[in-house]
Structure formats: C-alpha cells, structure tokens
Design a protein around this ligand. Structure first.
Ligand SMILES: Cc1ncc(COP(=O)(O)O)c(C=O)c1O
Length: 353
C-alpha cells in the first residue's frame, strides 16, 4: 500500500497542552481514539506518561479494542498502558448484544463519584437487563479461557493476510517497518482494491452478493474486515475466493478503470473555517440552498459520508468548494451521505446570517 503518514501523537498532545498553557488555560483531559476503525493503535503508554507528568487524565475511546490484551500478538489495552478511563463497545469485538458497552476506570485521578453523577445525567432510569446480562455473558466467556480465546481467530487472520497478499492487484495495509508503534490490531485487515480500478463500495457489493462476505467498513479505495472468535476456515476460503474473483475479473480493465479513482481528494482537510460554534449553528434560523450555490455559506447540518462516518462539514463551518467536490466524489462512488436533510445532495441546509 502507498507510504503511510505516521503521526507522532505524543508530540501533538504535548504541543496542544503547551499551546493551551500559553493562552492561560489548562487541558481538562486528553482524549484519544485507539484503535481506530482500521485497527491502528496509538502509543498510549507514552501519551499516558505525558498526561501523568501534567496531572491530566487520559480518556481513550477504545470502542474497537475490547479484545486487546487477551492475546500476546495484540497491543496492550488502554488501561494496561496507563489510561485513566477507557470506553469499549463490548458488542463490536466481543459477543455482547448491540448497544452494550463498558466504561473502565483506573487510578484515582478521575473521581468515581463524579463519573457516576455524569452517567446519571445521561442514562435511562430503566436499564436493560438483557443488555447487562449479555455484558456479563461476554465477560464470563472471556474469563473461561482468557489466554487462548483469540488463538484461532489470530491464526485465521494471519493466513488470510498471507493468502490475500499473493493476489495480483490487491494489497493489505501494513506497517512492516514499525514493529512496535503505531501498532496494528492483527484482527483488523484493510484490503486495498484501487489498483483494480475498483472502489471499496463496488468491491463490497460483489463480496456480499456473490460470496456472502460482509466487511466491517468500506471506503473509497478499500474494505476493512474484522476477524473474530466466530470465524472458521471456511470463511477464509470464501473470502480469498472473493478477492481472487475481483482480481481476475477486474485486472484486465485496470488501465481503463484506474483513472476513475485518481481524482479522489485524499489529503486531509486542514483549511477548516468555523464562522459559528456548533451550538450557535444549532440554534440559528436556517434555510435550504441548492448544493452548488452553497459555497461560502455557513453549514447548518452535519454532513457525514458513511462509511466511514466521519463528518466532512459540521454545523457552523464555512462550506468550501473542495468539501462539496469531495462529497460528490464519494457519493458518485457509492457512499451514503448521512445527517443531511437531502441525502441526494441536491440541497444543503445553511444558517441565516
Ligand atoms: C471509534 C468509535 N467510537 C465510538 C463508536 C460508537 O460506539 P457504539 O456503537 O458502541 O455507540 C464507534 C462506532 O462505530 C467508533 O467507531
């Protein structure tokens, strides 16, 4: 896969903390998402040491990492690396029911009573015992064989990567030269299909319809798969057949189709201009304008291509031509646009100024 950009997280965190200090403010907490949806894990040990030196709590969105620390080949969990709080979507990678999750705490920097109070303001007074029981069942399942439960999934994932790497036109996201950090969750496999002139959305449709393979996440150039304790050898065989089929069917068309993906704007959006705070935008009066005429207006809605579910425009942000072009490119390649009044993108809700 093309050279990845490695972000020095610790440096960024320290820079942010120092910048606030020069403005006479103190960071209340550091919040990190690790692993990402693609399974890339930050060096939380370093970040937590840094946070400790400033006496700032480290909170980790570990939605995709409830299994970390249960196999020697996975990175350690956020708490094992010194985080103060870690929230895990137990339902994503362990076997509890959808919506169930766990908040883990460690140390005494964050007060347990304060967390309980905050939760009380957000939670229902009628908890679901079905969800709670499923969390307990997931915990029990892990505690029966904590050292071996992921062995089979890990073997399957390794075999899957090896076999897929041999298929022409298909590539597997890997950072071979970085043995420690950023670390990868070995059970998340991101497979690039752009060399075949295919988008991830197109590959995903074929994999679902013809091979019964459901990916965890699709993107403009790749699909991401999650291997788990429910997988078996037959799944690997089916999956590899699916990618071989894609390679054989599309590699001949590669020259003709390849250019279709070259125009996707993949560089980060670093020119964001907020005219109103999201709160001001939420309460502002609004109107609908045609998509093309919205450049320069203040966005009044959350415009989020899904997958991956990361907003391109948020309420209060000034709409740029680049953002509009990017949204159109993604839509034409099969992404759904969520959060908007008009998912077909003929119009956009903007704030009256
Ligand atoms: C990084 C990350 N954090 C949090 C969430 C939300 O988790 P949940 O679905 O358990 O509310 C998601 C959902 O995909 C996610 O990808």
């Amino acid at each position: 896969m093309s050279s990845p950009i490695i972000i020095c997280y610790t440096g960024i965190v320290e820079k942010a903390i120092k910048e606030l200090k020069t403005e006479g403010r103190n960071a209340a907490a550091v919040f990190v998402t690790s692993p990402t949806y693609h399974g890339i894990c930050s060096n939380l040990t370093e970040i937590s040491k840094l946070c400790q030196s400033y006496n700032i709590p480290l909170i980790v969105d570990e939605a995709h990492g409830a299994h970390l620390g249960f196999h020697p080949n996975t990175p350690c969990s956020a708490l094992q690396q010194g985080a103060d709080l870690a929230v895990q979507s137990t339902h994503k990678v362990l076997c509890s029911l959808s919506q169930s999750s766990m908040l883990h705490m460690s140390g005494d920097l964050v007060h347990r009573e304060r967390i309980c109070k905050c939760l009380q303001t957000l939670q229902s007074t009628s908890p679901s015992y079905l969800l709670l029981a499923s969390l307990d069942a997931a915990r029990a399942q892990l505690s029966e064989s904590p050292e071996t439960i992921f062995n089979k999934a890990m073997e399957l994932a390794v075999d899957m990567k090896t076999l897929i790497n041999k298929i022409p036109g298909i590539s597997v996201l890997d950072f071979p030269s970085f043995s420690s950090f950023p670390a990868f969750d070995p059970l998340r496999i991101t497979i690039g299909v752009w060399q075949l002139g295919l988008t991830g959305y197109e590959a995903d449709d074929i994999l679902i319809q013809d091979f019964g393979v459901i990916s965890e996440l699709t993107g403009s150039r790749s699909v991401t798969l999650a291997v788990n304790i429910g997988n078996c050898r037959e799944h690997v065989v089916r999956l590899v057949s699916g990618f071989k089929h894609l390679s054989e069917t599309f590699s001949l068309n590669q020259g003709m189709r390849g250019h279709r993906l070259d125009d996707i704007d993949c560089s980060p959006f670093d020119d964001i201009n907020m005219s109103l705070s999201p709160r001001e935008a939420f309460f502002a009066s609004k109107r609908k304008v045609s998509f093309k005429e919205s450049v320069g207006e203040i966005c009044g809605e959350l415009i989020t291509p899904f997958p991956p579910g990361i907003p391109v425009l948020i309420p209060g942000e000034v709409i740029t031509e680049r953002a509009l072009n990017y949204l159109l490119q993604l839509r034409s390649r099969g992404a759904d646009i969520t959060g908007v009044a008009d998912p077909l993108l003929s119009s956009i809700v903007v704030c009256n100024t």
